[in-house]
Design a protein around this ligand. Structure first.
Ligand code: TPP
Ligand code: MG
Length: 618
C-alpha cells in the first residue's frame, strides 16, 4: 500500500521547496542562510528557525497542531525548513496523534499549540501520555513575557503551571538563545528513565529574536542498573525447584528477544500488561496472554497459580492493569523497573531492582547457567490446553442480533497482517480484545490504559498511519468514543491517510450500562444518538461500509482492508450478556472493600428495585 500523494500535498511541498529534499538533494538553507546539520544547531538565526532546526536534529518526522497568532512564525519556519506538519481539528487530537507516533515508533511524538485554549485542549492527551509512560514533546507558544509583557494579553493563562500538572518536565524559555537546548532537554527527559510528556514554553516574541547558536545534540541518557539488587534477584532465581512466572510490561517493548531467552531459560510462563502486549509473541508456547489474576486471561490466571516467584519487569501494578488491585499476592516477587517510584508499591515485594529492563535481562542471560531449568513439557502442554479452552470460550456467541463483539475482534485479527497497527479505544471491547486479540509483534497493539481517555483511538491511529505509510492501521472504537473525536475523520480524509476506522455501534455506553445495571438495577445517561454513519462518512470524505450481522462480518472487514483510502466501518453490535472478566474482577474486589454499612445500603437499594419491571433507564 503506497502513501497517496495528493495534489494539495504536492503543492504544499513545492511551495516549501521540499521536493528537492525528498529527492535527496541537500536540505535548503533557512531564511537566515544557515543549514541545519543533522546533529547540531549552528549559526545565526531566529528563535523560530533554531527551534525547527533543533526538532530536525532530533529526527522528528511530523509535528501535529493548529497554528495561531503566537505560532505563525513557527509554522512558516517549519515550511521553510521542510519539517512536515499535520493540521488537526482539535489539540486534544494532536496529542493523541503524537501518542500514536510515540507508541508505534518508540520515539517522542511532537505537538505544537497556541497558549490558552490550545494548551488546555491538549491536556487530556498529555495526561494519557503521562499515565501511560509515552514520550511526547509539546512546543507551546506563550504570550509575551519579561520586558515585553503587557497586561490582558489574549490566551494569557498560566501555561507553565497548567502543563506542570501533567508533564514530566516543563522547559520555560526566557531568551531566544536558550531555545535549542530547551528542545533537546525536553526530548531527553521525555525518553529518559520512565518516558512521559514534556513541554517547551516559548513566548512568541522570542521566535523573531535573532541569536548565534552552537548547540550540539546531547549524548543519550545513562541507564540505571542496581548491581546489588540484581545479585539478590539472581540469588532468588537460582533457588532449585522454584517455579518462576514473568510479568512483563511496556518497559520490555524493545527487548523482546532477551525476554524470550530468559523465559525459555527459566521455563517461565510470560504474562504481559495490556500495554506490554507484543513484548513476546502471544503464539509463543510460554506466552499466557495478559494479566495473571482474575482480570486477565484464564490461561494466565491458571499458569500463575503454580508459580512461586513472580519476576515483574518494566511494568506497574496500576489500578486498571490489576482490576482495582485484585491481582493475587505471590509468595515471592522480584520487581524490576527503570523508575524506583514504581517498584513494590502495590504488592509485598521481596527484591526491588532499580534497573533498565534491557540491562537486567541481558545480565540474567550472562548468568544463564545458574538459572537454567530443564524443559518443562508438562507446563507447555497445559498452556496449550488452557489456550484452547479460552479460544472455545471466546467463540461462544452472545449476540441476539447484529455482530458479537468478540466475533468481530477474532475476525479482525484473522484478516489483518501480523504487523498491522491496532488502536483499541476505551470501550467494553478493550477488555475482550486484551484477552483475545493475539499480538505477535512489538509495538503493534495500543490502548490508552491508565487515563482511559475515550476517543483516543481515532487520532492515535491517524498519527501512526502518518509515519507508517505502508502498514495496515485499524481502530476498534465504540460509538461513544467515536463521538468524542469523530471530527478528526476529516483529517484522515484530507491527508489521504488510509486508516480503517471500525466503530462498534450499540447506540449506548455499554461499559457504563454493564457497571450500572449490577450496582443500581437501572441505567442513567447511557443512551447515545442514532447516528447516520453513512452521512457522517460522506460529510467527512471517507468511504463507508456497514456490517449488520455475522454474515457480512468477514466480507465487510476484508472489503475495508482492501480499500486504498480511509474507511469508516459501522459494525452494528450486540453485546448481549457477554461477561467481561475485568469488570467482574473489579466489582468483586471493590465490593469486598465496602464497609458493612455500605454493603447493607447497596443491598437495600437493589432489593427495593428488584420488583420494578419498568426501571427508569436513562
Ligand atoms: C473522557 C472520558 N469520559 C468518560 C469516561 C467514562 N467511560 C468509560 S467507557 C465509557 C463508555 C464508552 O462507550 P462506547 O465507546 O460506546 O463503548 P461501549 O461502552 O459501548 O463498549 C465511558 C463513558 C472516560 N473513560 N473518558
Ligand atoms: Mg457503545
Amino acid at each position: 500500500m503506497g502513501h497517496p500523494i495528493s495534489r494539495r500535498n504536492v503543492l504544499k511541498s513545492m511551495a516549501a521547496g521540499c521536493l528537492a529534499s525528498l529527492s535527496g538533494i541537500e536540505p535548503p538553507q533557512t531564511e537566515a542562510g544557515h543549514r541545519a546539520s543533522p546533529d547540531v544547531v549552528a549559526g545565526k538565526m531566529t528563535g523560530a528557525a533554531a527551534l525547527v532546526a533543533a526538532l530536525k536534529t532530533e529526527g522528528v518526522p511530523v509535528v501535529f497542531g493548529i497554528p495561531g497568532a503566537q505560532e505563525n512564525e513557527l509554522w512558516d519556519e517549519m515550511k521553510s525548513q521542510c519539517l512536515p506538519y499535520l493540521l488537526v481539528t482539535h489539540e486534544m487530537s494532536a496529542a493523541y496523534m503524537a501518542d500514536g507516533v510515540a507508541r508505534s515508533t518508540g520515539r517522542p511524538g511532537v505537538i505544537t499549540t497556541v497558549p490558552g485554549p490550545g494548551v488546555t485542549n491538549s491536556l487530556s492527551g498529555l495526561g494519557e501520555a503521562r499515565l501511560d509512560s509515552v514520550p511526547i514533546v509539546a512546543i507551546v507558544g506563550d504570550v509575551a513575557r519579561g520586558d515585553k509583557y503587557r497586561p490582558f494579553q489574549v490566551h494569557e493563562l498560566p501555561q507553565v503551571g497548567l502543563l506542570q500538572q501533567v508533564c514530566k518536565g516543563v522547559f520555560e524559555v526566557s531568551n531566544a538563545c536558550e531555545i535549542p537546548n530547551a528542545v533537546h532537554s525536553a526530548f531527553r527527559m521525555a525518553l529518559c528513565d520512565e518516558p512521559g510528556p514534556t513541554a517547551v514554553v516559548v513566548p512568541y516574541t522570542l521566535l523573531i529574536d535573532t541569536c548565534k547558536y552552537d548547540c550540539p545534540l546531547p549524548p543519550p541518557c545513562d541507564l540505571p542498573f542496581d548491581e546489588g539488587a540484581f545479585l539478590c534477584a539472581l540469588h532468588l532465581l537460582r533457588r532449585p525447584g522454584c517455579k518462576v512466572g514473568i510479568y512483563a510490561g511496556m518497559g520490555c517493548m524493545d527487548h523482546g528477544p532477551a525476554l524470550v531467552s530468559v523465559a525459555e531459560l527459566l521455563q517461565a510462563p510470560v504474562a504481559t500488561s495490556v500495554s506490554g502486549k507484543g513484548v513476546i509473541s502471544e503464539c509463543h508456547p510460554l506466552a499466557v496472554g495478559w494479566g495473571y489474576g482474575p482480570q486477565g486471561t484464564c490461561t494466565a490466571e491458571k499458569a500463575f497459580k503454580k508459580v512461586d516467584i513472580v519476576l515483574a519487569i518494566g511494568v506497574r501494578y496500576s489500578e486498571v492493569s490489576t482490576a482495582f488491585y485484585s491481582i493475587p499476592q505471590s509468595p515471592h516477587i522480584i520487581h524490576v523497573d527503570i523508575n524506583p517510584a514504581n517498584i513494590g508499591r502495590i504488592l509485598k515485594t521481596e527484591v526491588c531492582v532499580h534497573a533498565d529492563a534491557g540491562l537486567f535481562l541481558n545480565q540474567l542471560l550472562a548468568h544463564a547457567d545458574e538459572i537454567r531449568r530443564p524443559l518443562n513439557n508438562d507446563l507447555i502442554a497445559c498452556i496449550r490446553k488452557w489456550k484452547c479452552e479460552d479460544a472455545c470460550e471466546h467463540a461462544k456467541c452472545y449476540a441476539r442480533c447484529g455482530v458479537d463483539p468478540m466475533a468481530f475482534i477474532l475476525a479482525l485479527r484473522k484478516a489483518t497482517c501480523p504487523n498491522a497497527l491496532v488502536f483499541v479505544d476505551v470501550s467494553c471491547s478493550e477488555h475482550w480484545a486484551a484477552e483475545a486479540f493475539t499480538v505477535c509483534q512489538p509495538r503493534t497493539y495500543f490502548n490508552p490504559t491508565d487515563n482511559q481517555a475515550m476517543g483516543w483511538s481515532i487520532p492515535a491511529a491517524i498519527g501512526a498511519q502518518r509515519v507508517h505509510f505502508d502498514r495496515q492501521v485499524v481502530t476498534i472504537t465504540g460509538d461513544g468514543c467515536c463521538l468524542m473525536t469523530a471530527m478528526e475523520l476529516s483529517t484522515a480524509a484530507r491527508e489521504g491517510l488510509p486508516v480503517k476506522f471500525f466503530i462498534l455501534d450499540d447506540r449506548a455506553y455499554h461499559y457504563m450500562q454493564a457497571l450500572q445495571l449490577k450496582a443500581y438495577r437501572r441505567t442513567t445517561a447511557t443512551l447515545l444518538a442514532h447516528l447516520d454513519y453513512a452521512a457522517l462518512a460522506k460529510a467527512m470524505g471517507l468511504e463507508y461500509i456497514e456490517i449488520n450481522g455475522p454474515d457480512g462480518l468477514c466480507g465487510g472487514i476484508q472489503a475495508a482492508l482492501a480499500f486504498a483510502g480511509p474507511v469508516l466501518v459501522r459494525v452494528v453490535t450486540d453485546y448481549g450478556k457477554r461477561p467481561v472478566r475485568w469488570l467482574d474482577a473489579t466489582r468483586d474486589r471493590y465490593t469486598k472493600e465496602l464497609s458493612t454499612e455500605q454493603k447493607l445500603r447497596f443491598m437495600a437499594r437493589l432489593g427495593s428495585r428488584a420488583f420494578d419491571h419498568h426501571p427508569n433507564n436513562d
